[in-house]
Ligand binder design. Structure first.
Ligand code: 5GP
Ligand code: ZN
Length: 145
């Protein structure tokens, strides 16, 4: 896509710090470095968000996460954990509409802002029946797919 910043990064029209590349994906350091080593994994095929993947593309992209995550973790022994984050849609804080997965290393003493995500718990709004109905409805959709 011509005016997509991440397509431009894939095409080397915009420089980036590549950490991994193959026929299907590119992983590069996020400019914002929410924590040291913050990396983005993107498909080379332009898809805006998770809703535009098919299972085959998802397999080719998401299957790369463990190796890249492990390499990031191993590059600095101070990394004790990692958040994987994939924002989909403006409401979900997506700002670049070429799908990407954030790999955000976590260090013992580093506070990491949750990308504006404010969790509130709502379990009190749902009784067992409502939980079961939601689960059944989602399961039915999957079985129909
Ligand atoms: P989102 O909010 O869509 O989940 O995340 C978009 C991410 O892309 C942000 O963390 C932002 O720092 C990163 N980003 C935006 N433009 C560029 C760029 O030109 N180069 C790199 N390396 N990262 C970018
Ligand atoms: Zn793109």
């Amino acid at each position: 896509m011509t005016d997509c910043i991440f397509c431009k990064i894939i095409n080397k029209e915009i420089p980036s710090y590549t950490v991994y590349e193959d026929d299907d994906v590119l992983a590069f350091l996020d400019i914002s470095q929410v924590s040291k080593g913050h990396t983005l994994l993107i498909p080379k095929t332009h898809v805006a968000d998770i809703f535009e993947y098919d299972a085959e593309l998802a397999a080719r992209v998401f299957s790369k996460i463990p190796a890249i995550a492990t390499a990031i973790k191993q590059h600095d022994p101070a990394i004790k954990g990692m958040n994987l984050l994939n924002n989909n849609g403006k409401l979900a804080h997506q700002t670049v509409f070429h799908s990407h997965i954030h790999l955000i290393p976590r260090y013992e003493d580093t506070e990491v802002d949750g990308f504006g995500l404010k969790w509130q718990t709502h379990e009190a709004d749902f009784d067992q029946e409502a939980f079961q109905a939601m689960a059944t409805a989602i399961k039915n959709r999957l079985e129909e797919a």
